[in-house]
Design a protein around this ligand. Structure first.
Ligand code: ADP
Ligand code: MG
Length: 723
């Protein structure tokens, strides 16, 4: 049996299904195959299969090689039939004793059935609707079968397998599907995991030569990384000595190499972006001025140490003749707005305009109200610009008479021209990508850019998602903040929620009630905010109830918010439009209806609206069973911690590697196998290597292949890389 292992990776004698495909008449002697060759021209593919592969994101030969298995099965332990365990997935080597085709009487389905033995017992295998198999399983044919073991109907009779994977054992066969660690691919209708495996094997056999290693040799050496071609081969068809669990958790040296590459190409692009910005001319602002002094004097509170520190960092950025590119990161409620304002005052004090872009209209409106109140006494004109407005203050912006402009993404539309934009601030940037950031920058002549985010993300992660930025953290809450008491409630405990609301209202506090959708959705059967507001009106007839949602006209919404802020509304029923930035210190209770439907980061953002006024505050999470394990974990996390960073880590742990913080959404290349939490060590190494390399050779002139690979990975978003 040992001899068989040496046949691994030998030319493959195609079995039944792939035979017709290799005889593909259109592909003669593979002329000029490169990694960009469309998958259609790969041996064994052709036009119709190419369509199926395209659906899996495989467009060319290179994509094919990087289409990694999502898991591995250990089929290298061949078992004796007498040792098979019922219910387990097992692999056996045996010999065909007899075979037959049976037709079921009722459905007239054809079943191919065989009996095989290895001398220790008998095994029956059957395949449904695959009568053609009969001709391959002659009596005496040696065969390897792999699949879950089922019991026999009669005690003492042979064990059974249904539709097992099989391999006919012949002298020139390579073993692909059995008797090895087998890669399992995500498939799609029309092409099975097994067919992909067969195709992958022959693709490696025929075309592995197109894989070129683009990493500089020094980097490979320093980080003890294996060659790319080796790593890819191993990741698809691992050698026998591998441990299947290390493959499944991507810790094999093959995976480590591929993960390093993903991070490296990501960081290299970021390093490049960052470097490019550093060589551009910016505005050297004078950062100590009368206006700023007056602004600080008028503040109703003392700045926290963290706020002061971050303002100092921003000042030194702004004073430099290079464009500022800074991210200010701080948990909800830490006081980012005043930091933003201080920087705007600096820009304006130097005769430039400043703008602040918010992700929602509601938030832009709120910022506008607050900011106008603070800057008007200093003699500065602030304007609001959103796409819903009829009379947009475009002239005032173009002429420079509006010194401070607050708005939504309407700010980056073409029709908006600034007179002299010196500073652009993006609040809650997680909704803006690299591309929008660049557009905003184009509105001025290399204005300084400041990004404020409360998206709780672990520091190492922010290094990557915002890898082209300098980061400052506000890691301190203003004094007197009370931790919010958070409790999950079930519908049966509704009364408890209402009496807590009642209690808070009678103490003079205000309340938020948050619903997930605007209108009743039959499918999800969610309580809508509109119905909710009606219900609260009935339940608290002596109280004033307000309603805000995203589909309201902004004037109407603004007046409701103003009334809530000034205490003329007691209970504000809302959709998630209030998620970010709303600041009403007197609100001490939030009831979140259908909290099981919200994401963890979103729940944390929502909760950040309360606990701002020094009162005991409560967050009640109404949850409607049945809900998933994940939902349970999210709610538990909310009950046990209020630390944004811990929430972020838990969020990542719950969501897993697949759906990580939207690198795609942020305009960055997708990470397919790398996991930002699990592989953090590799991320740090890759980041260092990438930044060092760019420092020594900003345009990668000494590394043409790497440069090309980088360009492809970023899909043209690094215009400059293309020579
Ligand atoms: P966020 O970081 O979530 O955007 P905000 O800037 O909205 O936080 O600030 C939250 C609240 O804290 C606001 O009411 C703000 O006026 C107040 N605040 C900010 N800084 C301080 C401070 N140093 N001392 C007391 N209150 C502060
Ligand atoms: Mg804010």
């Amino acid at each position: 049996m040992k001899a068989r292992w040496t046949k691994r990776m030998k030319p493959l004698r195609m079995n039944n299904k792939s035979k017709g495909l290799t005889n593909n008449k259109t592909s003669h002697s593979s002329p000029q195959i490169t990694k960009e060759t469309p998958v259609q021209y790969i041996k064994g593919v052709g036009p119709s299969r190419a369509k199926l592969l395209n659906r899996l994101g495989i467009n060319n030969l290179e994509d094919m090689f990087f289409y990694l298995p999502w898991r591995y099965e250990d089929r290298k332990n061949l078992k004796k039939i007498q040792d098979l365990i019922f219910g387990n997935s097992e692999t056996v080597f045996c010999e065909v004793v007899s075979s037959q085709i049976i037709t079921t009487p009722r459905k007239r389905m054809k079943i191919f059935e065989l009996t095989a033995t290895d001398g220790t017992g008998f095994l029956n295998a059957r395949w449904f609707n695959q009568a053609y198999l009969k001709k391959y399983f002659k009596k005496g044919q040696e065969v390897i079968l792999s699949g879950p073991v089922k019991g026999a109907l009669i005690a003492g009779a042979a064990l059974e397998m249904e539709n097992p994977d099989f391999e006919l054992y012949g002298s020139d066969d390579a073993l692909i599907h059995t008797a090895r660690i087998v890669p399992v691919y995500k498939a799609t209708e029309g092409i099975s995991p097994k067919q992909i495996r067969t195709l992958m094997f022959s693709t490696f056999h025929s075309y592995a030569f197109v894989i070129e290693d683009y990493l500089p040799g020094k980097i490979l050496e320093r980080n003890r990384l294996r060659p790319l071609q080796w790593a890819l081969k191993e990741a698809h068809f691992p050698e026998e000595h591998n441990d299947v669990s290390s493959l499944n958790c991507a810790s094999s040296s093959a995976h480590q190499r591929l993960i390093f590459d993903e991070f490296f190409l990501l960081e290299l692009g970021l390093a490049h972006l960052k470097n490019r910005e550093a060589v551009e001319q910016g505005i050297p602002f004078v950062v100590e001025g009368e206006l700023l002094k007056r602004f600080f004097q008028r503040l109703p509170f003392e700045l926290t140490g963290a706020q002061k520190g971050v303002i100092e960092e921003i000042k030194s950025d702004m004073a430099r003749p290079l464009p500022m590119n800074r991210l200010v990161h701080g948990d909800v409620g830490c006081g980012k707005t005043v930091v933003a304002l201080a920087s705007m005052i600096i820009a304006v004090g130097n005769g430039y305009q400043a703008c602040l872009m918010a992700p929602t209209e509601l938030l832009a409106e709120q910022h506008f109200i607050n900011i106008r109140r603070m800057v008007e006494p200093l003699g500065l004109k602030a304007v609001l610009l959103t796409s819903a407005m009829k009379n947009k203050p475009v002239e005032s912006i173009a002429e420079g008479d509006a010194r401070i402009v607050i708005g939504t993404h309407a700010l980056i539309q073409e029709s908006v021209q600034f007179h002299n934009l010196g500073l652009a601030i993006i609040d809650e940037q997680h909704r803006f990508g690299v591309v929008q950031r660049a557009t905003l920058r184009g509105k001025g002549l290399n204005p300084d850019i400041l990004i404020m985010t409360a998206t709780p993300i672990p520091r190492t992660l922010s290094m990557t998602l915002y890898g082209d930025l300098d980061i400052a953290v506000i890691d301190e809450l203003p004094a007197g903040r009370q931790p919010v008491i958070t409790k999950v409630l079930f519908p049966s405990q509704k009364d408890r929620a209402y009496s807590t609301i009642h209690g808070e209202l009678s103490k003079g506090r205000q309340v938020y009630v948050v619903y997930p959708l605007i209108e009743e959705s039959e499918k999800l059967d969610l309580k809508s905010a509109i119905d909710g507001a009606e219900a609260f009106r009935k339940m608290f007839p002596e109280r004033k109830i307000g309603l805000v949602h995203g589909k309201m006209h902004h004037d109407e919404r603004e007046s409701v918010m103003t009334m809530f802020k000034s205490g003329n509304i007691d209970i504000l029923v809302a959709t998630t439009v209030i998620e970010v930035g709303i600041d009403v210190p007197n609100a001490s209770l939030m009831l979140i209806v259908h909290s099981e439907r919200f994401g963890l980061a979103q729940l944390h953002q929502l909760r950040g609206r309360i606990g701002r006024g020094g009162y005991d505050s409560y967050c009640l999470l109404m949850a409607y069973p049945p809900f998933s394990e994940e939902a349970k974990r999210r709610l538990k996390a909310m009950e046990t911690t209020s630390d944004g960073f811990r929430i972020a880590e838990e969020d990542l742990a719950i969501r897993g590697p697949g759906d990580f913080f939207g690198t795609r959404q942020a305009g960055l290349p997708e990470l397919r196998i790398a996991n930002l939490i699990r592989d953090i060590g590799l991320l740090e190494k890759a980041r260092k290597e990438a930044f060092d390399l760019i420092e020594g050779d900003p345009l990668l002139e000494g590394y043409p292949l790497l440069k090309e690979t980088l360009h492809n990975k970023w899909m043209g978003r690094l215009e400059l890389v293309k020579s």
